[in-house]
Design a protein around this ligand. Structure first.
Ligand code: UGA
Length: 456
């Protein structure tokens, strides 16, 4: 099939690459000339395992090309995918200006039947408006259909996720559009759910919001475990083996971040209030996520008291999760900024996100290190902030030798508590009791997001 993919961010670039790898002829379009010329040389603007090989190979095979012209990209395409960004606006709602601009531009060049598909995460009702914009701006009487085809890729594993998807969602009002989309996806063998446009749009938000809810739920269980001296990792394992619950997204930590969950949860909450409904559960999910980070920092504040000022901490991980260089809404960055605000000096390391982090953190009180062991050298304590697998297998003896004091604050429960404590570390994790330290939680030690926002 001939396809056009507009937008070369995570969704568009991975989508264009994999569609071409399936044997389709794909043109990727982006207004950013620099980005396009980088991609054409195989220099990916994002770190995504396996992506550059697929892009280069399909360019070589003549199935994948890139351009800055929508007119050129969509010329022979049967399907046009809209994959532009929908960032969070000041109201919490998604900013759809890029989607509207692309819809208008498509209508200017539409000369024969095409299916116009939104892959960007967009609130309920957006595809209907895309259809209206195109109808209003059409230059001639051309037939077209719109469809909603949300994606469920995770950064860091998006190549695999796209090839091995659990399901494909296609929303449309037209049987002709369903037929076209089936030709693209049915070889995957996984279920294709065909539904109306609005339900397809809601499936995406409901899925992300549910996963975020699972994380906030286990994070609250972790808070109780800490106080009641239970171990949240064991609790999550015991829960997750129940197939009705499932073990995914039950890792307690310092909260979810990234370019999707925070924005999509906020956007769904905004949709609910727009529909005159107060989605109370989702409000709590957001609040718990913020509190989780504060509770973690508070462990260090309580352990060191006023002496936290001037302490040197090693910080492992800057990206919002492992296997990505993306620092958007990264809780690690928030924690580092908070510790710096308390007067600590920080030695930071991340396998991929150092350059991105430098741009937002700057140099003040921060030393950028070459490795995890370098970041641990001479420090008062080590903070594990991102779940990179290489941190899991660190040589604990070497770490201990390098550090000034053997203290670890593990915000991702990445390390093995008994192994770490066995060699003499004081180990603070999430939802676990710390050996040798009297509970750091005081009665009524519950923080509200209002307190957090005031920076206490
Ligand atoms: C998420 C969804 O998982 C994808 O299905 C969706 O397509 C994507 O958003 C999107 O809407 O584009 P992503 O943001 O790449 O993918 O990352 P996740 O792997 O979902 O992790 C999100 C955050 O939750 C990270 O900060 C991670 O550290 C945190 N997390 C995840 C936990 O704290 N605990 C867990 O058990 C899992």
């Amino acid at each position: 099939m001939k396809l056009c993919v507009i937008g070369t961010g995570y969704v568009g670039l991975v989508g264009a690459a994999i569609f071409s790898d399936w044997g389709n002829h794909v043109t990727g379009v982006d207004i950013d000339e620099k980005k396009i010329s980088r991609i054409q040389k195989g220099d990916m603007p994002i770190y995504e395992p396996g992506l550059s090989e697929i892009v280069l190979n399909n360019i070589k095979e003549g199935r994948l090309k890139f351009t800055t012209s929508i007119a050129e990209g969509m010329k022979d395409a049967e399907i046009i995918f809209i994959c532009v960004g929908t960032p969070q606006s000041e109201t919490g709602a998604a900013d759809l200006s890029a989607v509207w601009a692309v819809a208008k531009e498509i209508s200017n060049h539409l000369t024969d039947y095409k299916v116009i598909v939104t892959k960007s995460t967009v609130p309920v009702g957006t595809n209907q408006k895309v259809k209206e914009i195109i109808l209003e701006n059409l230059k001639s009487d051309v037939e077209f259909d719109v469809a909603s085809n949300p994606e469920f890729l995770r950064e860091g594993s998006s190549v695999e996720d796209m090839k091995d998807t659990d399901r494909t969602i296609v929303g449309s009002e037209s049987e002709k559009a369903f037929k076209t989309m089936r030709r693209l996806y049915e070889h995957l063998g996984s279920p294709i759910i065909e539904c109306d446009l609005r339900s397809a749009e809601m499936i995406k938000y409901a899925s992300n919001a549910f996963l975020a809810t699972k994380i906030s739920f286990i994070n609250e269980i972790a808070q109780i475990c800490e106080r009641a001296q239970a171990d949240v990792s064991v609790v999550a394992k015991g829960m997750g083996l129940d197939r009705r619950i499932g073990s995914a997204f039950l890792n307690a930590g310092i909260g979810y971040g990234g370019s999707c969950f925070p924005k999509d949860v906020a956007a769904l909450y905004k949709t609910s209030t727009d529909q005159a409904y107060d989605f109370k559960l989702l409000r709590s999910v957001m609040e718990v996520n913020l509190i989780q980070q504060f509770n973690f920092i508070n462990k260090a504040r309580k352990y060191y008291g006023s002496e936290i000022h001037g302490k040197v901490f090693g910080c492992l991980g800057l990206s919002f999760k492992g296997d990505t260089d993306d620092i958007r809404e990264s809780v690690s960055i928030d924690v580092i900024e908070h510790l710096r605000g308390l007067g600590a000096k920080l030695k930071v390391y991340d396998p991929e996100a150092m350059e991105n982090a430098k741009k937002v953190l700057g140099e003040e009180s921060i030393e950028y290190c070459k490795s995890e062991y370098d970041a641990a050298t001479g420090v008062d304590a080590l903070f594990v902030l991102t779940e990179w697998s290489q941190f899991k297998s660190m040589d604990l003896f070497r770490l201990k030798e390098n550090m000034k004091y053997p203290v670890i604050f593990d915000g991702r429960n990445l390390l093995d508590k008994s192994a770490v404590e066995g060699i003499g570390f004081t180990y603070f994790a999430i939802g676990k009791y710390t050996n040798g330290v009297k509970s750091i939680h005081e009665k009524n030690d519950v923080y509200s997001s209002a307190v957090l926002k005031n920076g206490h």
